[in-house]
Design a protein. Structure first.
Ligand code: SF4
Length: 372
């Protein structure tokens, strides 16, 4: 089983915190669509004939595509790849685009999961992040999706926003949980270099929340989503609603990434397309996708992906797949984190504790092997 990711690189406006690749050039939509279909044709053998179990249309803003555009994309996917009849098919959407009419127009397509960038139900937060929707629109969009029959909905939320109080974050979580949104992805705000928010931070126009408040917000997140499984550092799901597409990244399954900046993985190699729409289109038109390729660092990738999940690292797998010396290495490196209460060694698994999740990048880095 494998997955397909399609990157739709168009946004109406750039949110202040975002460093994903996208452009505000809607007139290139048709050229992008033709190139994306052509890329699927050129790379149809990449997944080795595996059945496609998940399709994820991400971005950018996929809800900037019309139902007719999406129909063209899907007919190419189904023509070129064997798609499982029970495939999870997700469309990322901006609440501003999800009017009742637009949501209704999607119903004839194979999409069965909607992932919406709500980010917050608070007007001040949305304004600071530079989002184009407001909280009323977010609520309406969720309601319209539910009324149209979508029962597999995910929303993204951001916490640690300058000016956001603990009470404000709690209100967001209460609202999401109260609506029984099946899947919630919650991320701490980061200040990525090159974003406007990063410049504002540097110029002292905004202040990052302090570490104690961040930790309290994370505690609130984990404690208040009652009935949700915290299955990955940033992801929470009601029973049966874990994102199969996300999970396939962590389970080392193959995926083909279509569109500028999209990443692909087929066990032997990992590659990523050029992050420029014009270069992407030019490469595809010449019949030569512009991409970079590297051989994966299996051990490091396993550590990084497994440790992000609630299942953690399978210790016996380390020995079986990477050898006894790697097993000794990881157990040795883990000792100080176990002693500090950041890692737990439970039965056959090394799992991040709540304290460890908060500093997960440092723990993961310490368990990496540079020589692999
Ligand atoms: S956060 Fe989403 S909508 Fe905003 S600029 Fe980034 S990709 Fe576009």
């Amino acid at each position: 089983m494998s997955g397909i990711y399609i990157h739709v690189p168009f946004c109406v406006v750039r949110c202040l915190y975002c460093d994903f690749y996208s452009t505000a050039l809607p007139h290139l939509k048709d050229a992008w669509l033709r190139a994306a279909i052509r890329e699927m044709e050129l790379r149809r053998d990449y997944l080795g004939g595996d059945t496609v179990a998940t399709i994820y249309i991400g971005g950018g803003t996929p809800s900037q595509l019309s139902a007719a555009d999406l129909e063209r994309l899907f007919s190419a996917v189904y023509r070129l790849f064997p798609v499982d009849s029970d495939a999870e098919i997700t469309l990322e959407a901006n609440p501003d685009d999800m009017t009742a009419a637009y949501v209704g127009s999607l119903r004839s397509l194979p999409i069965n999961r909607i992932s919406m960038g709500v980010q917050s139900f608070d007007e001040a937060d949305l304004h600071l992040l530079g989002r184009r929707h407001n909280s009323r629109r977010a609520r309406q969009a969720i309601g319209d999706c539910i009324r149209s029959g979508y029962d597999n909905i995910s929303i993204d939320l951001i916490y640690g926003i300058p000016g956001q109080s603990l009470q404000g974050w709690e209100a967001n979580l209460k609202e999401a949980a109260g609506l029984r949104i099946p899947h919630i992805s919650a991320y701490h705000l980061t200040y990525e270099e090159g974003t406007r928010l990063h410049s504002m931070l540097e110029a002292g126009q905004v202040q990052a929340v302090d570490e104690d408040d961040s930790a309290d917000m994370f505690d609130l997140l984990v404690d208040s989503l009652d009935g949700y499984e915290h299955y990955e550092i940033s992801n929470f799901a009601l029973p049966g609603r874990i994102s199969r597409h996300n999970s396939s990244y962590w389970e080392e399954k193959k995926y083909l990434g279509i569109g500028p900046s999209a990443h692909s993985y087929n066990i032997e190699t990992r590659s990523w397309n050029v992050a420029s729409l014009s270069d992407y289109i030019e490469g595809i038109n010449r019949g030569k996708p512009i991409l970079e390729t590297e051989r994966p660092h299996y051990y490091n990738e396993y550590v990084m992906t497994a440790l992000r999940t609630s299942r953690g690292i399978e210790v016996s797998r380390i020995a079986a797949r990477f050898g006894e010396d790697t097993l000794s290495f990881i157990l040795r490196q883990s000792e100080s984190f176990i002693a500090a209460g950041m890692l737990e060694h439970k039965a056959d698994r090394l799992v991040l504790t709540r304290k460890g999740i908060f500093v997960s990048d440092a723990v993961i880095r310490a368990l990496f092997r540079e020589d692999f």
